[in-house]
Design a protein around this ligand. Structure first.
Ligand code: SF4
Length: 349
């Protein structure tokens, strides 16, 4: 059973200490308006309440501490240490129009063993708590950075962690982070039961399915979970998601040279989406450039830019909506499938 997030617990504690309910509002104001993350620094609270809360929860609200940061032109990769010493990573990206997007982790490591993925090499250490997930966002917010969009594509399979739903509640709660669910994206390799749960609990949150091959046999080699939930079953869940939400679904497709980038693959991918009938228009394909890493179980190469364009043309000629995603984090190994919590090269000052 997932635990409540800390703000529910703090509210309860404020009541138990006999303080007036507005004291809880003062705490929220300190945290979310002013970026004050220590009880001892919340001057509006009576000293005794500050002490009691600090004793119960620890003085510092953050359940993680930044250890190091690597910087590239438009992306920063943060290595965070959790209270038990485990390490996770999050990536902050800046787009030209000033938009800031964050890629957060949901697990320390990951147990799904996708062949192209660096995180898989760490294996699953543990699920992050809802607070540990939200605290990555809180850290950036306290730095004064606007949380324009958040995707759960960092370390781990987001839907394998039941605490994700609690974290989403916290991030979308108008009294807390107050983020629109439409600015949040959950990415999955196809955990069908949890996809259905997400559709029920958070229908407005964006959903991305990492397909990477339209052929079950090949997909099972790249993503072993496909043996349990093959492509057709996942698409049944995606169809249900669209029928319920009328929202766009994103299909992530990582292009691997000579593996899944043939004309035959493009045709099969197009056929798969065209089979959705009237819902085809609500599927959007995101083509991802593969970034080499030293940790994945297998080495793959990225197709040439000309071939990526060709693959995109094939899909567009079949009537699909396609975007080639920029991957400006790759020079610091912060792009998709590259998070490994290895020691990066630039120390945080
Ligand atoms: S791609 Fe995602 S689900 Fe697969 S091993 Fe990596 S982190 Fe886990």
């Amino acid at each position: 059973m997932p635990r409540a997030h800390r703000y529910t617990q703090i509210q309860r504690a404020v009541r138990q200490h006999g303080a007036a309910p507005y004291r809880f509002q003062q705490i929220l104001e300190a945290v979310f308006r002013r970026g004050v993350l220590q009880f001892s620094a919340m001057q509006a609270l009576p000293g005794r309440l500050r002490q009691a809360l600090a004793q119960q929860f620890g003085d510092h609200l953050l359940s993680l501490a930044p250890a190091q940061v690597s910087r590239a032109a438009q992306a920063e990769k943060y290595l965070f240490t959790l209270n038990d010493g485990r390490r996770i990573e999050a990536v902050a990206m800046r787009y030209r129009a000033g938009w800031r997007s964050y890629c957060l982790s949901t697990q320390a490591g990951c147990g799904f063993g996708c062949r192209f993925c660096a995180t898989a090499a760490m294996r699953l250490q543990r699920n992050l708590s809802a607070d540990e997930i939200c605290d990555q966002a809180l850290y950036f917010r306290a730095l004064g950075q606007p949380l324009d969009s958040i995707s759960f594509m960092g370390m781990g399979e987001a839907l394998a962690n039941p605490n994700l739903l609690t974290a989403l509640e916290c991030l979308t709660d108008p009294a807390l982070f107050a983020l629109s669910p439409r600015r949040l994206t959950v990415s999955t390799i196809g955990l069908v039961p949890a996809m259905r749960q997400l559709t029920q609990a958070q229908p407005q949150v964006n959903l991305t399915f990492s397909l990477h091959s339209p052929f079950n046999e090949q997909r099972s080699q790249l993503i072993p979970l496909n043996r349990k939930y093959p492509i057709e079953e996942v698409f049944d869940a995606l169809d249900e998601h669209i029928a319920r939400t009328h929202r766009k679904v994103y299909i992530a497709y990582l292009l691997l040279e000579g593996v899944n980038d043939s004309r035959q693959h493009a045709a099969a991918l197009a056929a798969l989406l065209q089979a959705r009938g009237r819902q085809t228009r609500l599927f959007h394909v995101n083509l991802l450039r593969h970034n080499a890493n030293d940790f994945a179980a297998e080495r793959f190469a990225r197709p040439s830019e000309a071939h990526i364009r060709q693959f995109r043309n094939w899909l567009e000629q079949a009537g699909l909506k396609v975007t080639v995603r920029s991957s400006f984090g790759d020079e610091i190994q912060a792009a998709c499938g590259q998070l490994h919590a290895s020691v990066p090269e630039v120390r945080m000052s």
